[in-house]
Design a protein around this ligand. Structure first.
Ligand SMILES: [Zn+2]
Ligand SMILES: [Zn+2]
Ligand SMILES: [Zn+2]
Length: 491
């Protein structure tokens, strides 16, 4: 039997208010404000009855011109990627140094998954204990004959570095040639004594704290009970689906915005009305706090998730019921950690399912290129004899890193403006990171010249696929494509 969420019925009215689509006016105000905040003057969001929202050019764009940079509303780095890339937890820029990126990755690979902390968010929690013993002697690293072959993972054998080298790279005692040309912002001290979040700047640390991290921090200064409950929630998400971490951020940010709005409101109101109820949920303030989430197209996760290929359609109902149970389990864990009685509707399964469904329908890859790749390419491009000289040091490191010596920062995120862009199989724009785009923002560039007034479209799928396959892929997004290319190729 399906589990029943008591909040669903208890807060039915509030839930239906939260899930009713915003008015045209609210949508227009929200996106106009967002565009002006982003100083994005080339585009606008327009609504029409047929397809909902769309993004339109209000000026001409040349081929390859930047159309939009879109900071994420919420985003998370994949937990497995945290071993490979050390990035700012708010803007996802690489931080530390080239040496730190490489040393940390080798060190975490060396200690192996069994020794790592249960929770991936804490893999790095004991770095203060690392002894900075020697090992920076480069002659060690040239002595490849004595090195054992590493058999882990990759098909190409990795050749480990002598003991201590990874730590020396990580803690800055060993400097690589030319690495100064690839400097990264240093990690700044973290609020809350937190070990699982790292930042490129104080402004990122503060922004993250204010938007959601103050509720989701598992740092040493958080209450032990709260911390334990949060770690359970995070562990479950890491083992099942990190979309739950995005949902937790969305809920936390709504809670924090609500209390901020309420504090401002009470401050004004108390001057003439002392009879207001401080612990009573103010639905109009909750609606305002919820506004950014209200804008995304939503369906319940278990209703909109695509049926995996290996599941027979006769098992569809059982599959959808399992997905619902999974979400309910995650919600119970989150509720134990951050429940707020005043904002009970936010902890209903109906709301949780719709938030996750919104991410399922609109979530986009978060990718940030690694500076480690640039670094090794630079070394490879050096002229003789500088190249040979540098490679004496860098070659053993490259061998230790193996074939996949540089891994991008990868995760998943919700980009408010990109998610308004409609699909076309012959799009005029695409998501594309240029060399200078080094953080988690979505970057959209023009694929061809775009005229003022034209709708800006991107492709949600591989648009080179044959007609039938394209339509099948797009069915997962819930529509049949009627773009010019599809109309022309329709059998
Ligand atoms: Zn940052
Ligand atoms: Zn924290
Ligand atoms: Zn099409």
């Amino acid at each position: 039997m399906e589990a029943i969420c008591p909040i669903d019925s208890r807060c039915a009215d509030e839930i239906s208010a939260l899930l009713s689509p915003p008015s045209h006016l609210q949508i227009q105000e929200y996106y106009d404000k967002l565009l002006s905040k982003r100083q994005c003057s080339g585009i606008t969001v327009k609504q029409d009855g047929k397809f909902g929202k769309g993004v339109y050019a209000v000026k001409d764009f040349k081929e390859e011109e930047l159309v939009l940079k879109d900071p994420m509303l919420v985003g998370v780095q994949h937990s497995s990627n945290k071993i490979d890339c050390f990035v700012c937890s708010f803007c996802f820029r690489f931080i530390g140094s080239i040496e730190h990126q490489i040393g940390r990755r080798l060190y975490l690979q060396e200690i192996g998954p069994s020794d790592r902390h249960d929770c991936d968010m804490e893999i790095y929690s004991d770095k203060s204990g690392i002894d900075s013993s020697d090992g920076e002697d480069n002659s060690h690293m040239k002595n490849e004959e004595t090195l054992e072959e590493c058999t882990s993972g990759s098909s190409t054998a990795k050749i480990p570095l002598p003991e201590g080298v990874a730590e020396s790279l990580m803690n800055g005692r060993l400097t690589l040639p030319y690495s100064k040309d690839f400097s990264l912002p240093p990690a700044v001290p973290r609020p809350g004594g937190c070990e699982e979040a790292h930042y490129c700047s104080t402004s990122c640390a503060e922004a993250d704290w204010e938007s959601s991290h103050s509720l989701l921090c598992t740092g040493e200064r958080s209450d032990p009970g709260h911390k334990e409950a949060l770690l359970k929630f995070i562990k479950h998400a890491n083992e099942t689906n990190d979309i739950f971490l995005l949902a937790a951020k969305a809920i936390s940010s709504t809670i924090l915005r609500y209390h901020k709005l309420k504090a401002n409101h009470l401050e004004k109101q108390l001057k003439y009305d002392t009879a207001s109820l401080p612990h009573h949920c103010d639905l109009s303030l909750l609606m305002e706090a919820w506004r950014p989430i209200s804008m995304g197209h939503k369906r319940r996760w278990w209703d909109c998730i695509a049926l995996p290929d290996d599941i027979d359609s006769s098992d569809e109902a059982a599959f959808r019921s399992q997905i619902r149970d999974l979400a309910f389990k995650s919600l119970q864990l989150l509720k134990t950690a951050i429940f707020d009685k005043e904002l009970e509707p936010l902890f209903s399964l109906e709301i949780y399912g719709n938030i996750i469904g919104m991410f399922e329908l609109n979530n986009l890859d978060l990718v940030v290129a690694s500076p480690v790749e640039d670094y090794f390419l630079f070394i490879d491009d050096l002229a003789h004899p500088e190249k040979e000289e540098a490679e004496k040091i860098t070659k053993p490191i490259l061998d230790a890193l193996g074939e996949d010596y540089s891994v991008c920062c990868q995760g998943t995120a919700f980009f408010p403006l990109q998610s308004c862009m409609n699909h076309s199989c012959s799009p005029n724009a695409k998501a594309f990171k240029r060399d200078e785009d080094r953080d988690g923002q979505a970057t959209i560039i023009a694929l061809r010249s775009i005229c003022k007034g034209e709708e800006i479209t991107i492709s949600y799928i591989d648009e080179e696929l044959p007609y039938e396959e394209r339509q099948a892929s797009l069915a997962d997004y819930g529509f049949r494509c009627r773009c010019p290319k599809c109309i022309e190729e329709e059998p």
